[in-house]
Design a protein around this ligand. Structure first.
Ligand SMILES: [Zn+2]
Length: 227
Protein backbone atom coordinates (compact mmCIF):
# COMPACT_ATOMS: atom_id res chain seq x y z
CA UNK A 1 0.00 0.00 0.00
CA UNK A 2 1.14 3.50 -0.75
CA UNK A 3 0.96 6.21 1.90
CA UNK A 4 -2.28 8.28 1.68
CA UNK A 5 -0.69 11.30 -0.04
CA UNK A 6 0.80 9.08 -2.74
CA UNK A 7 -2.52 7.29 -3.16
CA UNK A 8 -4.30 10.64 -3.48
CA UNK A 9 -1.89 11.92 -6.14
CA UNK A 10 -2.12 8.65 -8.05
CA UNK A 11 -5.92 8.80 -8.00
CA UNK A 12 -6.00 12.42 -9.13
CA UNK A 13 -3.99 11.53 -12.25
CA UNK A 14 -6.00 8.40 -12.95
CA UNK A 15 -9.31 10.28 -12.62
CA UNK A 16 -7.94 12.81 -15.11
CA UNK A 17 -6.88 10.01 -17.43
CA UNK A 18 -10.30 8.43 -17.19
CA UNK A 19 -11.92 11.76 -18.05
CA UNK A 20 -9.65 12.10 -21.05
CA UNK A 21 -10.44 8.60 -22.28
CA UNK A 22 -14.19 8.80 -21.80
CA UNK A 23 -14.94 12.47 -22.60
CA UNK A 24 -12.10 14.25 -24.40
CA UNK A 25 -10.70 11.56 -26.67
CA UNK A 26 -14.04 10.39 -28.17
CA UNK A 27 -14.73 13.96 -29.34
CA UNK A 28 -11.33 14.32 -30.94
CA UNK A 29 -10.71 10.77 -32.06
CA UNK A 30 -10.56 11.69 -35.74
CA UNK A 31 -7.97 14.42 -35.04
CA UNK A 32 -5.75 12.05 -33.07
CA UNK A 33 -5.97 9.40 -35.77
CA UNK A 34 -5.12 11.97 -38.44
CA UNK A 35 -2.09 13.06 -36.38
CA UNK A 36 -0.81 9.50 -36.38
CA UNK A 37 -1.47 9.03 -40.12
CA UNK A 38 0.15 12.31 -41.11
CA UNK A 39 2.76 12.58 -38.37
CA UNK A 40 3.49 15.65 -36.33
CA UNK A 41 4.21 19.00 -37.93
CA UNK A 42 4.35 21.58 -35.15
CA UNK A 43 5.11 25.11 -36.35
CA UNK A 44 6.67 26.29 -33.10
CA UNK A 45 9.39 25.23 -30.72
CA UNK A 46 8.33 26.53 -27.32
CA UNK A 47 11.03 26.52 -24.66
CA UNK A 48 9.88 27.31 -21.17
CA UNK A 49 10.45 26.64 -17.49
CA UNK A 50 9.49 23.34 -15.89
CA UNK A 51 7.46 25.30 -13.31
CA UNK A 52 4.12 23.50 -12.99
CA UNK A 53 2.21 26.78 -13.11
CA UNK A 54 3.27 27.41 -16.70
CA UNK A 55 1.02 25.64 -19.18
CA UNK A 56 2.23 26.33 -22.76
CA UNK A 57 -0.64 24.57 -24.53
CA UNK A 58 -3.26 26.39 -22.47
CA UNK A 59 -1.46 29.73 -22.73
CA UNK A 60 -1.22 29.55 -26.53
CA UNK A 61 -4.43 27.58 -27.02
CA UNK A 62 -2.51 24.97 -28.97
CA UNK A 63 -3.75 21.46 -29.56
CA UNK A 64 -1.90 18.19 -30.05
CA UNK A 65 0.70 18.39 -32.80
CA UNK A 66 0.86 22.19 -32.86
CA UNK A 67 3.72 23.13 -30.55
CA UNK A 68 6.94 21.25 -29.82
CA UNK A 69 7.62 21.96 -26.16
CA UNK A 70 10.85 21.74 -24.23
CA UNK A 71 10.94 22.52 -20.55
CA UNK A 72 13.67 22.74 -17.99
CA UNK A 73 14.49 24.59 -14.81
CA UNK A 74 14.79 28.27 -15.73
CA UNK A 75 14.07 27.86 -19.48
CA UNK A 76 17.79 27.66 -20.16
CA UNK A 77 19.52 26.83 -23.42
CA UNK A 78 23.22 26.09 -22.91
CA UNK A 79 25.32 27.77 -25.58
CA UNK A 80 26.52 25.40 -28.32
CA UNK A 81 29.55 23.40 -27.27
CA UNK A 82 28.99 23.93 -23.57
CA UNK A 83 26.68 21.05 -22.86
CA UNK A 84 26.07 19.02 -25.98
CA UNK A 85 23.18 16.83 -25.04
CA UNK A 86 19.43 16.83 -24.77
CA UNK A 87 18.84 20.44 -25.69
CA UNK A 88 21.27 20.59 -28.60
CA UNK A 89 19.70 17.43 -30.02
CA UNK A 90 16.22 18.80 -29.50
CA UNK A 91 17.08 22.05 -31.28
CA UNK A 92 18.56 20.19 -34.23
CA UNK A 93 15.51 17.98 -34.49
CA UNK A 94 12.98 20.80 -34.17
CA UNK A 95 14.74 23.02 -36.65
CA UNK A 96 16.18 20.56 -39.18
CA UNK A 97 13.61 17.74 -39.15
CA UNK A 98 10.36 19.36 -38.03
CA UNK A 99 11.23 22.65 -39.75
CA UNK A 100 9.49 24.80 -37.12
CA UNK A 101 8.99 28.42 -38.16
CA UNK A 102 9.68 30.03 -34.83
CA UNK A 103 11.31 29.44 -31.46
CA UNK A 104 9.74 31.04 -28.41
CA UNK A 105 11.79 31.32 -25.24
CA UNK A 106 9.28 31.88 -22.45
CA UNK A 107 10.28 32.90 -18.95
CA UNK A 108 7.76 33.58 -16.21
CA UNK A 109 7.14 35.66 -13.10
CA UNK A 110 8.02 34.25 -9.67
CA UNK A 111 10.59 31.90 -11.24
CA UNK A 112 12.32 29.86 -8.54
CA UNK A 113 15.36 29.32 -10.76
CA UNK A 114 15.92 33.08 -11.11
CA UNK A 115 15.48 33.56 -7.36
CA UNK A 116 18.01 30.79 -6.76
CA UNK A 117 20.50 32.59 -9.00
CA UNK A 118 20.28 35.60 -6.71
CA UNK A 119 20.41 33.39 -3.60
CA UNK A 120 22.71 30.48 -4.47
CA UNK A 121 22.56 29.32 -0.85
CA UNK A 122 19.03 28.08 -1.60
CA UNK A 123 20.41 25.43 -3.92
CA UNK A 124 23.51 24.59 -1.91
CA UNK A 125 22.16 21.08 -1.29
CA UNK A 126 21.34 20.63 -5.00
CA UNK A 127 24.71 20.64 -6.78
CA UNK A 128 23.25 19.62 -10.13
CA UNK A 129 20.69 22.45 -10.09
CA UNK A 130 23.42 24.86 -9.02
CA UNK A 131 25.62 23.81 -11.94
CA UNK A 132 22.72 23.99 -14.41
CA UNK A 133 21.93 27.56 -13.33
CA UNK A 134 25.39 28.65 -14.45
CA UNK A 135 23.84 28.88 -17.91
CA UNK A 136 22.00 31.98 -16.69
CA UNK A 137 24.80 33.59 -14.72
CA UNK A 138 25.62 36.17 -17.41
CA UNK A 139 22.06 37.50 -17.08
CA UNK A 140 22.59 38.06 -13.37
CA UNK A 141 25.85 39.91 -13.92
CA UNK A 142 24.13 42.11 -16.51
CA UNK A 143 21.31 43.19 -14.19
CA UNK A 144 23.72 43.61 -11.26
CA UNK A 145 26.02 45.81 -13.37
CA UNK A 146 23.06 47.87 -14.58
CA UNK A 147 22.16 48.45 -10.91
CA UNK A 148 18.76 49.98 -11.63
CA UNK A 149 16.66 47.59 -9.53
CA UNK A 150 14.79 49.40 -6.76
CA UNK A 151 14.49 46.30 -4.60
CA UNK A 152 14.80 42.56 -4.78
CA UNK A 153 11.39 42.07 -6.43
CA UNK A 154 12.50 44.41 -9.17
CA UNK A 155 15.84 42.62 -9.44
CA UNK A 156 14.06 39.27 -9.97
CA UNK A 157 11.78 40.88 -12.61
CA UNK A 158 14.77 42.31 -14.47
CA UNK A 159 16.62 39.01 -14.22
CA UNK A 160 13.66 37.07 -15.64
CA UNK A 161 13.67 39.32 -18.74
CA UNK A 162 17.45 39.42 -19.07
CA UNK A 163 17.59 35.65 -18.83
CA UNK A 164 15.16 35.29 -21.73
CA UNK A 165 17.39 37.59 -23.82
CA UNK A 166 20.51 35.64 -22.82
CA UNK A 167 18.92 32.32 -23.78
CA UNK A 168 17.82 33.81 -27.12
CA UNK A 169 21.48 34.67 -27.69
CA UNK A 170 22.54 31.17 -26.69
CA UNK A 171 20.06 29.82 -29.24
CA UNK A 172 21.86 31.78 -31.96
CA UNK A 173 25.12 29.92 -31.16
CA UNK A 174 23.67 26.61 -32.32
CA UNK A 175 24.58 25.86 -35.95
CA UNK A 176 21.17 24.40 -36.75
CA UNK A 177 19.55 27.67 -35.65
CA UNK A 178 22.17 29.93 -37.26
CA UNK A 179 21.65 28.29 -40.64
CA UNK A 180 17.90 28.79 -40.57
CA UNK A 181 18.30 32.39 -39.37
CA UNK A 182 20.63 33.05 -42.31
CA UNK A 183 17.93 31.72 -44.62
CA UNK A 184 15.43 33.99 -42.86
CA UNK A 185 13.15 31.00 -42.48
CA UNK A 186 13.12 31.05 -38.69
CA UNK A 187 12.23 33.67 -36.09
CA UNK A 188 13.15 33.80 -32.42
CA UNK A 189 10.85 35.45 -29.89
CA UNK A 190 11.23 36.17 -26.20
CA UNK A 191 8.22 36.07 -23.88
CA UNK A 192 7.67 36.56 -20.16
CA UNK A 193 4.47 35.07 -18.81
CA UNK A 194 2.96 36.83 -15.81
CA UNK A 195 1.20 33.99 -14.01
CA UNK A 196 -0.87 36.11 -11.60
CA UNK A 197 -2.26 38.40 -14.29
CA UNK A 198 -2.44 36.15 -17.34
CA UNK A 199 -0.33 38.69 -19.22
CA UNK A 200 2.57 38.06 -21.57
CA UNK A 201 5.34 40.55 -22.29
CA UNK A 202 7.00 40.07 -25.67
CA UNK A 203 10.45 41.42 -26.49
CA UNK A 204 10.36 44.10 -29.14
CA UNK A 205 13.63 44.24 -31.10
CA UNK A 206 13.05 47.80 -32.32
CA UNK A 207 12.27 49.33 -28.95
CA UNK A 208 14.63 46.89 -27.24
CA UNK A 209 12.24 46.17 -24.41
CA UNK A 210 9.49 43.82 -23.38
CA UNK A 211 6.02 45.10 -24.21
CA UNK A 212 2.78 43.76 -22.80
CA UNK A 213 0.86 41.96 -25.51
CA UNK A 214 -2.69 43.30 -25.74
CA UNK A 215 -3.86 41.68 -28.94
CA UNK A 216 -3.78 44.91 -30.92
CA UNK A 217 -1.60 45.20 -34.02
CA UNK A 218 -1.21 41.45 -34.17
CA UNK A 219 0.64 41.57 -37.49
CA UNK A 220 2.95 44.36 -36.35
CA UNK A 221 3.76 42.66 -33.08
CA UNK A 222 4.20 39.32 -34.74
CA UNK A 223 6.89 40.66 -37.06
CA UNK A 224 8.59 43.00 -34.58
CA UNK A 225 10.74 40.35 -32.96
CA UNK A 226 12.05 38.58 -36.05
CA UNK A 227 15.77 38.10 -35.65
ZN1 LIG B 1 10.76 29.03 -13.50
Amino acid sequence: MFPPEVQQSRNRLLIGLHNFQTKVYPEKQADYQRLVREGQSPDTLFITCADSRVDPELLTQSGPGEIFVSRNIGNLIPAYGELLGGISALLEYAVAALRVHQVVVCGHTDCGAMKALIHPEKVESMPTVKRWLRNAEAALSTVRARATAADETDLVEQLIEENVLLQMNHLRTHPAITGRLAQKSLAIFGWVYDIAHGQVRIFDEQQHKFLTFDGSNLEVQASAGIS
